[in-house]
Design a protein around this ligand. Structure first.
Ligand code: AQP
Length: 332
């Protein structure tokens, strides 16, 4: 039986946090054992909002090191930087010419990011076209499954309709991909605002626990994380959204059931619960941080891995792109 192809990406747009880890990277590590896995550092997506070039260079290499430190193994998967494989930008342009404006304007992420962009420098058309670039990323590899957090589900659905439209118009070309969510951590919410998802572009670093935060920083952020009225530690997303989010994080890291956690902390205050949670996060992140520090000393080796990854990804994407170009009438 042929292995399923999976593809996913992360933007080098800020400090990777436990939402990115639990919602995405942790799944990637397991999936590389049983699937044909491709992981991308989507730098072309990261420039759809105002960015600092020096920071982008630094963060791109940092995401590569975090992938490796979390357990992505280049012998089992392909790992590369999006802009190193030009097929992504080329297919994205072609897909843009086939995607109605209204479909892009309806995307929740665009609507949310547009609001903060408007306050700063105005909305860039790249932000609107983000989902067609993401569709190109996925469709170039004839991807079966896209492991993502819940916030990206709508973009995978759009990818499917773009692929269907292309297949109907030009004949069967693209696989129709499906999203795969990590049910226990599909949407980790912000520590300072449990009504919005944890996000690396949040205004305050108190919104998230970065994968590279120090133990002191982690304890401080958990200690100051929002809680709800009443001291009960109970999972109830509506009435106790902040505590429910902390319980979800606790469960995702410890694998202990929410019911067990509720029983264990019955009659105890937030302070003890938060202290234990902080310590669990520190213990889970410690080996990742240690491996990251080792990789930092070997950045040439990391560059070699991503360059080889770009070549290996290009060998696959080239086949799809050539077929697309031929089908839409571009001459070779
Ligand atoms: N809060 C979250 N809970 C669960 N999963 C999440 N992901 C992001 N935030 C959460 C998943 O992480 C992967 C990488 O995300 P991305 O870099 O493509 O950008 P994003 O989805 O827009 O995530 P951020 O952290 O909010 O970044 P910024 O602030 O730069 O936009 C995706 O699979 C995502 O679903």
């Amino acid at each position: 039986m042929t292995r399923q192809r999976i593809f996913s990406g992360i933007q080098p747009s800020g400090n990777l946090h436990i939402g990115n880890y639990l919602g995405a990277i942790q799944q990637f590590v397991g999936l590389q054992e049983t699937t044909d896995a491709i992981f991308c550092i989507v730098d072309l997506h990261a420039i759809t909002v105002p960015q600092d070039p020096e920071e982008l260079r630094k963060k791109t290499l940092e995401v590569a090191m975090i992938y490796l430190a979390c357990g992505i193994d280049p012998k089992k998967s392909i790992m590369f930087v999006q802009s190193h494989n030009h097929d992504h930008a080329e297919l994205a342009w072609i897909l843009n010419t086939l995607t109605p404006l209204g479909e892009l304007e309806r995307m929740t992420q665009f609507k949310e990011k547009r609001q903060s962009a408007e306050k700063r420098r105005g909305v860039l058309s790249g932000l609107l076209n983000y989902p067609t670039l993401m569709a190109a990323d996925i469709l170039l590899y004839q991807t079966d499954v896209v492991p993502v957090g819940e916030d990206q589900k709508q973009h995978v659905e759009l990818t499917r309709s773009i692929a269907e439209r292309f297949n109907n118009r030009f004949g069967d070309t693209f696989m129709l991909p499906k999203e795969m969510l990590n049910k226990s951590a599909e949407r980790i919410m912000g520590l300072d605002d449990p009504s919005k998802k944890m996000s690396k572009s949040a205004k305050s670093a108190n919104n998230y626990i970065a994968l590279l935060d120090s133990p002191d920083e982690i304890l401080r952020k958990i200690k100051t994380a929002m809680t709800d009225s009443g001291s009960e530690i109970r999972f109830d997303k509506k009435a106790k959204s902040a505590v429910s989010n902390l319980l979800a994080v606790y469960h995702a890291f410890s694998k202990e059931s929410i019911k067990n956690l509720e029983n264990r902390y019955a009659g105890k205050g937030y302070a003890e619960f938060k202290k234990d949670l902080g310590e669990i996060i520190i213990a889970k992140l410690e080996p990742i941080q240690n491996r990251f520090r080792e990789l930092e000393k070997n950045s040439d080796e990391v560059m070699k891995i991503i360059r080889e990854g770009a070549e290996r990804s290009g060998a696959i994407s080239q086949k799809t792109l050539s077929e697309v170009k031929q089908k839409i009438g571009l001459i070779a």
